[in-house]
Design a binder for this molecule. Structure first.
Ligand code: CTP
Ligand code: CA
Length: 226
């Protein structure tokens, strides 16, 4: 692989990519979110589209420009993200790059919560649907299901376990411990974890990682064909 190698053609194939954070409402004016920038997911969607794929990008709120040349589905919550992904199936490739909130407020208030004599409200949380796992087990499962693993310790160990637990094909493991400064940043250091083992990728711009992933996807489909 070389950064300036032309992108392989994936014409005729459909990819669904999730990106960004999700926003989980507390009440009509407040939400729980995370620091995901959407840079990696948006870059992957753009690189796959540049290789000729039809791309559906399902994204939570980000500062990234709406990318051209793809079907863009903006959503806010994890439940909305799952519904949009489900509606976009079938696909040949799924890339779960979103930082989906693990929990949402069990019953978000219909009206703005007010301060009162009772003191601060207790937030009762409930688990969100696991979109990557749902896609991996879906009757319309894409041939290639790729997830990310954001870890702050034991990165490869956790990523390998996550790949098996989710039932996906590949995991891009991402060290997001604060000292790496990668969460929300422009660069990352990824490890491609497959059934065959671990391939470390160089520390690089997220746009370069997106092109590298596109090459790996094209290689996967070309060996399928032969
Ligand atoms: N993911 C998802 N839906 C969720 C949670 C995570 O689709 N509700 C996806 C992410 O997009 C990512 C992968 O699952 O591709 C792993 O996300 P991560 O947060 O690292 O894993 P979790 O299974 O949520 O485990 P934990 O946060 O406890 O490490
Ligand atoms: Ca999580």
């Amino acid at each position: 692989f070389h950064q300036h190698q032309p992108l392989p053609s994936l014409v005729g194939k459909h990819a669904i990519v999730t990106s960004g954070p999700t926003h989980e409402p507390i009440d009509p004016v407040r939400y729980i979110a995370n620091r995901s920038s959407g840079k990696q997911g948006h870059a992957i969607a753009a690189a796959l589209a540049a290789a000729g794929m039809r791309v559906t990008l399902v994204s939570g709120p980000t500062q990234e420009p709406v990318p051209a040349g793809m079907d863009f589905k903006p959503i806010e919550s994890a439940q909305q993200m799952l519904a949009a992904v489900d509606a976009a199936l079938p696909a040949d490739v799924f890339v779960g790059a979103a930082a989906v909130a693990d929990w949402r407020v069990a019953s978000a208030a219909d009206q703005k919560l007010k301060k009162g004599a009772d003191g601060p409200p207790a937030l009762v949380l409930t688990e969100n649907p696991d979109i990557l796992r749902t896609v991996s087990q879906h009757p319309k499962r894409p041939a290639l299901v790729i997830g990310f693993a954001a870890e702050t310790e034991k990165v490869l160990e956790h990523a390998a376990a996550k790949r098996v637990r989710k039932g996906c094909d590949w995991i891009l493991a991402n060290d997001v411990s604060p000292e790496t400064g990668t969460f929300g940043g422009t660069h990352s250091r990824l490890f491609l974890v497959t059934a065959a083992g671990v391939t470390p990728w160089p520390h690089s711009a997220k746009t370069d990682a997106a092109r590298r992933l596109t090459h790996a996807v094209a290689e996967y489909f070309s060996t399928m064909r032969d």
